[in-house]
Design a protein around this ligand. Sequence first.
Ligand code: ATP
Ligand code: MG
Length: 214
Amino acid sequence: MTDITIALSKGRIFEDTAPLLKAAGIVALDDPESSRKLILSTNRANVRLIIVRASDVPTYVQYGAADLGIAGKDVLQEHGGAGLYQPLDLNIARCRMMVAVPNGFDYDSAVRQGARLRIATKYVQTAREHFATKGVHVDLIKLYGSMELAPLVGLADAIVDLVSSGNTLKANNLVAVEEIMQISSRLIVNQAALKLKRDAIQPVLDAFSAAVKQ
Ligand code: ATP
Ligand code: MG
């Protein structure tokens, strides 16, 4: 049987992924959350999991180091998706990518007046595209986390970040003013692997697809 490798990240996505994997008949032999191993065997002799940073999943799949992966649309949009086939929206880890500003900052009138806005975000490419489409002039400031802090200490006027409950924004006196896109996690597949290893990959795709539709 052909070997296949699936790239996953710990944390938020894994919580929602484990039940889907199980429905596809794949169970990790070690618990990814507690194990320090980065390569995990599964109950299927020909299927292994690799544990990578969420934003690195598309890179492992693009270069064929993993045949399949699960990645957020936020990460895929930012990566660009070259060499990746995206057959299935898994409908997990759902949230929204939003523009947020400090309470009391009049975003709409700043935009109307053509003000140049400083935007702090992890999603520089996606934010650049969004504001270019709107015709808003921005200076983008790349951060790797805790974006909410930036407007509070004068690093930026606004942030672009993922929002689900809105509690983190609220706790930091920020308010979401614009939705950029709805986010969920997608199954991604290396395009060459899908052709060369279809016998092993297609049943996994079908099982995921059936599990999502339930
Ligand atoms: P790290 O925490 O290691 O810096 P990360 O922030 O990319 O990496 P997570 O916070 O686990 O890792 O996020 C992984 C993915 O989960 C994101 O790419 C996104 O698709 C999804 N996600 C992030 N935040 C939320 C949220 N608030 N609600 C639902 N899904 C989310
Ligand atoms: Mg995080």
